[in-house]
Design a protein around this ligand. Structure first.
Ligand code: ATP
Length: 301
């Protein structure tokens, strides 16, 4: 069963028509395979097409072209079978219920429900069980929605910007609960604007811009692909001509504080050469942060 992808999307396309005949190509032929147990971030700016893609994966919107399979089945069928659950940005909670009542009512709607107490602990809402929903903060409400999503014990959980509008502390608590739960082998897909969330939580980042995937890989791969790493060392300018002969793509970026900053497509090879074949001292390799990668990749999309 594990050979069947959790999500398989082929040439997924969605066009919206505006009021005056205008058209928006929200998703322009996305291909994507997500394996069971992966934690994947959809990272992209506003209007990139993340929500539209998620809606099609959940079977809430039909694609204009292309195909979505969730655990080998059409999206809606997988959702009906209780294999998929979602935490969406807005709506869905009743103000006058307490947290525990909400969980109880929703659990009773499922044919098969996970242990309620265990779910409340996993979503980190056991301490606020008696609080009215209307008195819960945005972060607490999102954790409650996360608990509701855990109730059918789904194999895939999809979260659309689950921490939008939360402060730093609430975000941290939310992700701590998510991370603890993800260790149980569930597949998790989430959309975010926050680079640090994708970086800290996902195994894999799918960057979406302008309705297309502009990069797909592990966080480290994305960084490397987006921008070369910078190798710096204490080294005289006199060494540069020789380095240029060995590394035809060498870029001399700057000299600062006695250090020379260089880059080349293979930074490991450059660093090795500096250490073994030149007088360079204090060699360092610095990865660009994800913010740099994001700007570079979406600018060229
Ligand atoms: N129902 C709709 N009718 C018309 N246009 C739509 C509709 N839904 C989305 N769009 C447009 O499709 C594009 C993609 O929107 P989408 O919500 O998928 O992006 P997103 O990456 O989720 O953005 P955000 O991060 O702001 O939520 C946008 O230009 C948006 O305005």
């Amino acid at each position: 069963m594990n050979h069947v992808p959790a999500i398989e999307v082929a040439q997924l396309t969605k066009r919206f028509r505006g009021p005056k005949g205008s058209v928006v190509d929200a998703v322009k032929g996305i291909d994507l395979t997500i394996r069971p147990g992966e934690i994947v971030a959809f990272l992209g700016p506003n209007g990139a097409g993340k929500t539209t893609t998620i809606d099609m994966i959940l079977g809430l919107t039909s694609p204009d072209a292309g195909d979505v399979r969730v655990f080998g089945r059409p999206a809606r069928e997988a959702a009906r079978a209780g294999r998929v659950a979602a935490v969406m940005q807005t709506g869905g909670l009743m103000d006058d219920f307490t947290v525990a009542e909400t969980v109880g009512v929703v659990a009773s709607l499922h044919d098969r429900s996970a242990d309620i107490d265990a779910v409340m602990v996993r979503a980190d809402i056991a301490d606020i069980a008696d609080r009215k929903v209307s008195r819960c903060s945005g972060g607490e409400q999102q954790r409650l929605k996360f608990a509701l999503a855990l109730l059918p014990d789904p194999d895939l959980i999809v979260l659309d910007e689950p921490t939008a509008g939360m402060d730093v502390e609430s975000r941290r608590t939310f992700w701590a609960a998510m991370r603890a739960d993800a260790r149980h082998g569930r597949t998790v897909v989430f959309a975010t604007h926050y680079l640090e969330e994708a970086d800290a939580f996902a195994d894999r980042i799918v960057m979406i811009a302008g309705g297309r995937i502009v990069a797909d890989g592990s966080t480290a791969e994305i960084r490397t692909r987006a921008s070369r790493r910078v190798v710096s060392a204490v080294l005289d300018d006199g060494a540069i001509p020789d380095l240029r002969r060995v590394f035809t793509d060498l870029e001399v970026r700057e000299r600062r504080g006695g250090r020379l900053y260089l880059s080349s497509p293979d930074s490991d090879c450059l660093a090795r050469h500096l250490l073994t074949s030149t007088d360079a001292r204090d060699v360092e390799i610095a990865a660009h942060n994800l913010e740099d990668a994001f700007v570079t990749l979406t600018a060229t999309a």
